[in-house]
Design a protein around this ligand. Structure first.
Ligand code: ATP
Length: 463
């Protein structure tokens, strides 16, 4: 079985898209466009993988995608065909485009390529490419050690993604689908002609098997990109037949070609377990913490708050259990490690959820850390502060009492009433326990929508 891994063909300026290059290669391998070659060789494709790598990588054009085609084509022939397409389609006019191609040959299993025959270290390389930062040198070393065929242009950076795409089938367990429809070449760069009503109708029919097709609150067709490239729309979901069917049901300008991709989109494969103390830039985490500062809306509409290690913030009774923890906001500071968390303006209504957090709430926060700030993709409320400790009010005049001196409680000078200390009052909360997520219009390709299920507590879905 031949695996053709490829990456880095597109440019922000000039367009192109590596899924399109992979699709063209796959078409030629199975003789769809070119009939078969002179020797009558046609191959079959068992699947085409669209693998999203570390979204924090600085070299990415947009979604950090790498592709792998699994085919029964002879590896030498596959290599020549793939190289030809990469040479002619990659936008190397942009010096940030550094295409890479890796062709591996591993035994077939019952359902195409046998995942366990891909070397373990190639699998691990894929996992690390999704969660970490890798060097080109490591990719070339592995390519050589395993005798893979390879080709690259520019600085060879594309070999990292191409090799990761090869290894992903061994390493990843969770897969979803995307059915992508491509535009006629002469229309690239022009406004897409897609009937929005048909998109919203199809999205309703396909939900929840197909997700992130539209954003119903923003009224946005999320499946239609804004970039100048060849994609007309892409339907994502868990149901292979559903995404295919929806792809056919949308009314639009002519579809030049289409392809089904098996992907790690919507799986949270980028998240690693971490702690506030060891979270580092350029990686994405799932971490436990306690809200340490009131969420603050800054210029541009971005919302920020600090997250502290659960044990380090002042929290009333301190056992953290139940709903009667009360937080004295004057006392909520700590010297322990903290991490700034942000919900940026494009996350729209998600920011209201973040603004509803209060000091002392315990949450699980998920997102990428960049410049010391965790960009929230979702969070789970674990324990809400439901009461607070406030300066008592006078029962005689209803005004706030004053301090009677250090450790001497409070008093009302006028009514001569006293109170031994702060009093506990209930707080109305807009949040409940459970997971909250960014809306579909702000979803990262690799982030798992709550509708896919499998979360450890109640979910509050955005559709
Ligand atoms: P698009 O989504 O529009 O297809 P892109 O966002 O996938 O574009 P690329 O053009 O593929 O971006 O650029 C990403 C580059 O970074 C590739 O050369 C890829 O090999 C490399 N790369 C990906 N992940 C890592 C990583 N974890 N460490 C180092 N380099 C990486």
């Amino acid at each position: 079985m031949t695996v053709v891994g490829l990456d880095d063909t597109d440019s922000r300026e000039y367009g192109m898209c590596t899924t399109y290059v992979a699709s063209r290669i796959a078409e030629e391998l199975c003789g769809e466009r070119t009939s078969s070659d002179s020797a009558g060789n046609t191959a079959s494709i068992s699947r085409t993988l669209l693998v999203r790598l570390n979204p924090a990588v600085e070299y990415k054009t947009r979604g950090n995608a790498a592709l792998a085609i699994h085919t029964d084509c002879d590896p030498d022939r596959a290599f020549e065909i793939a190289r030809g397409h990469l040479e002619s389609l990659a936008e190397v006019g942009d010096d940030r485009t550094n295409p890479g191609l890796v062709v591996a040959d591993h035994p077939a299993g019952g359902d195409g390529l046998a995942a366990e025959t891909i070397p373990e270290e190639i699998g691990r390389f894929a996992r690390r490419a999704i969660r970490d930062h890798l060097e080109i040198g490591e990719a070339t070393e592995l390519i050589e050690r395993h005798g893979y065929r390879s080709w690259s242009d520019g600085d060879g950076r594309g070999l990292v993604g191409a090799l990761a795409a090869v290894g992903s089938w061994r390493e990843l367990e969770e897969w979803t689908y995307e059915h992508i429809s491509y535009r006629e070449r002469e229309r690239w760069g022009t406004t897409r002609d897609v009937d929005l009503e048909s998109v919203f109708d199809a999205a309703d029919r396909g939900y929840p098997e197909a997700w992130d097709t539209v954003d119903r609150v923003e009224g946005e067709p999320v499946c239609v990109p804004h970039t100048p490239g060849p994609i007309l729309y892409g339907i994502r979901g868990d149901g292979l037949e559903t995404v295919r069917r929806l792809g056919r049901e949308i009314e639009s300008e002519p579809v030049a070609s289409s392809r089904l991709f098996v992907t790690n989109q919507g799986t949270d494969a980028h998240l690693r377990e971490g702690t506030i103390a060891d979270a580092r830039d350029g990686r994405a985490y799932r971490l436990e913490g306690q809200v340490a500062t009131e969420p603050e809306t800054r210029r541009g509409g971005h919302v920020f708050f600090s997250l502290a290690h659960p044990a380090t913030t002042g929290t009333g009774d301190g056992d953290g259990a139940g709903t009667d923890r009360a937080v004295d906001t004057d006392d909520a500071s700590s010297d322990g490690p903290r991490l700034e968390c942000a919900a940026f303006e494009p996350t729209k209504r998600f920011r209201d959820r973040v603004r509803a957090l209060r000091v002392g709430d315990r949450i699980t926060a998920c997102g990428e850390v960049s410049s010391g700030t965790l960009k929230l993709e979702k969070f789970a409320v674990r324990d809400l502060v439901r009461t607070e400790r406030v300066t008592p009010t006078c029962s005689g005049c209803d005004r706030t009492m004053e301090s009677a001196g250090r450790d001497q409680g409070y008093r009302c000078r006028d009514c001569e009433t006293t109170a031994p200390g702060k009093e506990t009052v209930p707080i109305e909360r807009e949040l409940e326990e459970g997971w909250y997520e960014v809306p579909p219009c702000a979803r990262r390709h690799i982030a798992k929508p709550l509708v896919r299920g499998g979360f450890d507590t109640k979910t509050h879905l955005e559709r």
